[in-house]
Design a protein. Structure first.
Length: 337
């Protein structure tokens, strides 16, 4: 994180001499569980660049402990920097740039041993995110294919947290493919998995709710989502809290509670978290879905969905486009009845 001992200690809420003691003792130190949790949270909330530096140094330390010859670093630093840039490009839905930065390393990695193996797994994970957001979910070269390969590599490297995070996104793939019972079971298991951070455990609870509401279990879904919302609030995760409110709004819509649905969506919008095209499309889609559920506001809902659809076309958001088309088709059937 490139902080001084004093600043890092202040960030963690501990004494500077404790950090100095850790540095002096190195690998001989095994922090108490509550201290490990503090450190886990610090890593989870660090910038992508800081997280990558951590994982790179950890992989190098592991090689040295095993007596392996150190890498000369040729190509690996460029690879790491490209992955950081690709993550930012995916977040902005600049899929062309993200693909170029990621796939050249998958095609010709400098090495697939040690630190190179971890970078290769991270590249596969990022390629999975890229394909998922574009709607390429199953089949050869799809998001599922990339995630499964990444999960296998993380497991072989002993990177338990990365492995669990990849299992979590494989649950998302199962849900997107309509395998709702499989997805629900995966989310429920991971919601209490100690390999995951508290934030990722809360995400698993939220996603249990999304899978349950697709199965018509709206009250159970609301309970899981409310628990996730409380956790995000406690953790100070504003963006995740906003997403949870958005999903709660859709649960209320499905249960016929339109006023509560609008209130939840207003709460999500009030955070100002819709900073990317994907986040904006999700909010517009949710609001439009609620509005077209009421004949009095159906035209307004259609207009909002039109705006969302235009953004999906501009940024290549294939999965979101199909979701909007399904919502409009459902509204058309209700109107004909």
């Amino acid at each position: 994180m490139r902080l001084s001992v004093r600043d890092f200690a202040h960030k963690l809420g501990i004494a500077p001499r404790t950090v100095s003691y850790w540095e002096a003792r190195g690998a001989a130190i095994t922090p108490l569980p509550e201290t490990q949790e503090i450190l886990d949270t610090a890593l989870e909330t660090a910038s992508p660049a800081a997280q990558q530096r951590f994982h790179n140094q950890a992989a190098t330390a592991t090689r040295e402990a095993l007596g392996a010859a150190p890498y000369d670093g040729a190509g690996l630093s460029d690879w790491s920097e490209d992955l950081e840039r690709a993550r930012e490009a995916v977040a902005r839905q600049n899929f062309t740039l993200a693909a170029r930065l990621t796939e050249r390393w998958l095609a010709a990695p400098p090495t697939t041993e040690g630190m190179g193996a971890e970078l290769f797994a991270l590249s596969l994970l990022l390629a999975g995110d890229l394909r998922r957001d574009q709607g390429q979910v199953i089949g050869p070269g799809s998001a599922e294919h990339c995630y499964r390969a990444a999960a296998s590599l993380f497991a072989s490297l002993g990177l338990a947290r990365r492995h669990a995070q990849t299992e979590l996104v494989l649950g998302v793939v199962a849900e997107m493919c309509g395998n709702l019972e499989v997805a629900t079971a995966a989310y429920q298991t991971l919601s209490d998995d100690d390999r995951l951070s508290h934030r990722d455990q809360a995400r698993a609870r939220l996603w249990v709710g999304t899978a349950l509401t697709k199965q018509g279990q709206h009250e159970s879904a609301a309970e899981w989502m409310s628990a996730a919302t409380i956790a995000f609030d406690r953790l100070g995760e504003v963006e995740d809290w906003s997403v949870a409110q958005q999903k709660l709004g859709l649960v209320h819509r499905a249960a016929g509670r339109l006023d509560q649905a609008h209130a939840a969506l207003s709460a999500a919008e009030a955070t100002g978290a819709a900073a990317t095209p994907l986040q904006q499309v999700r909010l517009w889609t949710a609001r439009g879905h609620v509005l077209i559920s009421d004949r009095a506001t159906q035209d307004e809902g259609e207009a909002i969905l039109d705006e969302a659809l235009a953004v999906t076309a501009r940024y290549g958001l294939g999965h979101q486009r199909r979701s909007i088309e399904a919502i409009r088709a459902g509204a058309g059937r209700r109107t004909r009845r």
